[in-house]
Design a protein around this ligand. Structure first.
Ligand SMILES: *Cc1c(COP(=O)(O)O)cnc(C)c1O
Length: 350
């Protein structure tokens, strides 16, 4: 008998690399290539280090209030956490306690199965069809809950509100989580449905469209009841998930809608251009509504391209996984970064 017999052993999620060298073109973790709003910088400059002596507000009320007025949702229908990873993990723990399997796509955010295993939640994956689309009928079966990213990651494919509502409507007896990490890049949120379906949790993040991945701010909307259950679990786990800078700087970010919208527009315009360039070079990809493109080349393997790009200082994401090993997930950077990517590919493919 060893102490190790009673250790919970898990295979962790592997995030994209965060190389510490400078001058790389980093298109591997879907960060925003632009800085956060200047209002964030201003508030950061006004912060006093003495303030860190005290615990933060356990309810993060300032941030919740800002989200509440911006999205026009009452504060008791909002939950905030340390990035949406924290919110999602807490939601898995709180809502997925059935003996029946939780459902999610086979090609999706690779954290879902990690949380399922961590919390001993049975799960079943539903294969995307040959166009990398969700098959809504797969989600009509008896299950213990559903989690779907929309747009999906790493495919970038957006399902319309009608398709998502159809899945929710067929699953009133379980919690349905819609992970909208990329919704601000041209998608339509299912947020208005939280008043119609008390079993719907909509999760969003400051990490992509608000350029604040390093601040770790995620949030969720749901019925009052759903949010109460989530809060109860959170307060049984860690009262102070949100630190003082995250609360203050997240609030500042929300206050600058013009900057937020113009940043999203810029990224969408760069995405449009990049799609044309990649197509001309022999790449194919599902139409992305996120801040990345999931592309494969007609002649060259994903692994070869990934290595060649990396050697040239251009980081993209690649998975050695069934069905997707020939794809690269390329985050949308600045126009200049994308020009350099395209120039390299042109030269490499010659
Ligand atoms: C990036 C991402 C998240 C988590 O991001 P946080 O930085 O933890 O907010 C969640 N879901 C999907 C699908 C993502 O791509």
């Amino acid at each position: 008998m060893s102490w190790e017999d009673n250790v919970r052993k898990v295979i962790p999620y592997i995030p994209g690399e965060q190389p510490q060298t400078k001058n790389l073109i980093k298109l591997n973790t879907n960060e925003c290539p632009y800085p956060p709003s200047p209002k964030v910088e201003k508030i950061l400059g006004e912060m006093k280090y003495e303030d860190f002596r005290l615990y933060p507000d356990p309810n993060a009320s300032e941030l919740v209030d800002a989200i509440s007025s911006y999205y026009n949702v009452p504060g008791d229908q909002i939950f905030v956490g340390v990035g949406s990873d924290d919110v999602l993990s807490m939601a898995f723990m709180t809502f997925f306690n059935s003996d029946k399997p939780v459902l999610f796509p086979d090609i999706t955010y690779s954290f879902y199965d990690v949380w399922a295993k961590l919390y001993n939640i049975p799960y079943k994956v539903c294969p995307l069809n040959e166009n990398l689309r969700i098959v809504t009928g797969d989600y009509y079966t008896n299950n213990g809950g559903i989690v779907l990213p929309n747009p999906n990651a790493p495919t970038g494919v957006l399902e319309d509100v009608i398709a998502i509502e159809d899945i929710i409507a067929h699953n009133r007896d379980v919690v349905v989580i819609i992970d909208e990490a990329y919704i601000d890049f041209g998608g339509k949120s299912v947020l208005p449905l939280i008043d119609k379906y008390d079993n719907l949790l909509v999760v969003q993040t400051f990490s992509k469209s608000r350029a604040m991945a390093g601040m770790r701010i995620g949030f969720a909307f749901g019925s009052k009841k759903l949010i109460k259950y989530l809060s109860d679990a959170k307060f049984s786990f860690n009262s102070y998930t949100m630190n003082i800078p995250s609360i203050k700087l997240g609030t500042a970010s929300i206050s600058d809608d013009e900057y937020f919208k113009s940043t999203c527009r810029k990224i969408m315009e760069t995405r449009r251009r990049t799609k044309c360039e990649l197509k001309a070079l022999g790449f194919s990809f599902p139409d992305s509504q996120a801040n990345f493109i999931f592309a494969k080349h007609e002649n060259i393997s994903g692994q070869s391209l990934f290595c060649a790009l990396k050697a040239a200082g251009i980081y993209v994401r690649h998975w050695n996984a069934p069905r997707i090993e020939d794809y690269l997930r390329i985050s949308i950077g600045t126009d200049d970064q994308m020009d350099k990517l395209i120039a390299f590919l042109k030269d490499y493919l010659k």
